[in-house]
Design a protein around this ligand. Structure first.
Ligand SMILES: Cc1cc2nc3c(=O)[nH]c(=O)nc-3n(C[C@H](O)[C@H](O)[C@H](O)COP(=O)(O)OP(=O)(O)OC[C@H]3O[C@@H](n4cnc5c(N)ncnc54)[C@H](O)[C@@H]3O)c2cc1C
Length: 223
């Protein structure tokens, strides 16, 4: 699954250049999408529909040596460095997205009346929103903490992984609760909350799944 793969002019491809060396035998190459042996196909997705996701097939695709990006056999290290930024960006954008989606839920809770009062004033919803607002602020602090470490040049592998899984899972929960308070309208395509619900579901999958990120966090404690 490659984001923007079907519309890209160039792809960065990680290929094994020393098959016996494991992670130390991977190199990065810049490959033009018109190259012989390379084919892309768009795949329909649940959310993120403004971003084309596609399949990339490489079959006997040959590239010149000058297509090498970075150092030979250091591709995995290059990917890992980039992944930290990807995780930070996903954590920060998830926090912002969650805050916006919560606003949608709260606004509907103020507007929609049932049993003689706005539904947001029922304690069950007031507390649910209080929980989510608190968690968003906590996730934002963690994401900023990870970002500060990364900008200072410190190793932020653990904090970026923590922030990414926490913020993306939270954004998904916020979207689910905000959809729920909309009742039936939440399930209708004409209300924007459904888009947040579909889009936020990618967060715990892309850029390292929650399960894999928890592995990274757990192993950072030598477990
Ligand atoms: C819309 C979209 C866009 C994407 N764009 C890109 C892109 O541009 N570039 C790119 O490189 N990738 C991209 N991806 C791929 C994405 O990073 C992977 O889908 C993701 O990392 C999960 O890998 P997988 O799909 O192979 O799942 P699998 O590895 O098959 O995992 C399936 C499930 O098993 C769990 N699992 C796997 N291993 C373990 C373990 N050791 N312990 C516990 N649980 C485990 C996973 O957490 C997951 O829940 C994209 C994916 C999507 C959906």
């Amino acid at each position: 699954f490659v984001t923007n793969g079907p519309i890209a002019d160039f792809l960065v491809v990680a290929a094994k250049t020393d098959p016996d060396a494991g992670a130390r035998g991977i190199s990065l190459f810049v490959v033009e999408t018109g190259a012989p042996g390379l084919a892309t196909r768009r795949i329909d997705t649940v959310g993120w529909r403004t971003s084309h996701t596609g399949e990339v097939v490489l079959d006997e695709c040959r590239v010149p040596a000058r297509a090498l990006l970075g150092d030979e056999n250091r591709g995995f290290a290059h990917i890992m460095r980039n992944l930290q930024w990807e995780r930070l960006v996903m954590a920060l954008s998830s926090v912002t997205g969650a805050a916006r989606t919560l606003e949608l839920g709260i606004a509907y809770g103020r507007e929609r009346k049932a049993f003689g009062r706005p539904i947001g004033k029922f304690q069950v919803w007031r507390h649910r929103f209080a929980d989510l607002a608190s968690e968003i602020d906590a996730a934002r602090s963690l994401a900023y903490h990870a970002l500060r470490k990364a900008i200072a040049g410190e190793d932020a592998t653990r904090e970026a992984a923590m922030a990414k899984w926490l913020a993306t899972e939270l954004a998904w929960r916020v979207a689910d609760e905000s959809l729920q308070i909309h009742g039936g309208y939440g399930y209708m395509m004409e209300f924007p909350v459904q888009r947040a619900w579909r889009d936020s579901r990618l967060g715990p999958i892309g850029g390292g799944t929650t399960e894999i990120l928890k592995e990274i966090v757990g192993r950072s404690y030598d477990l």
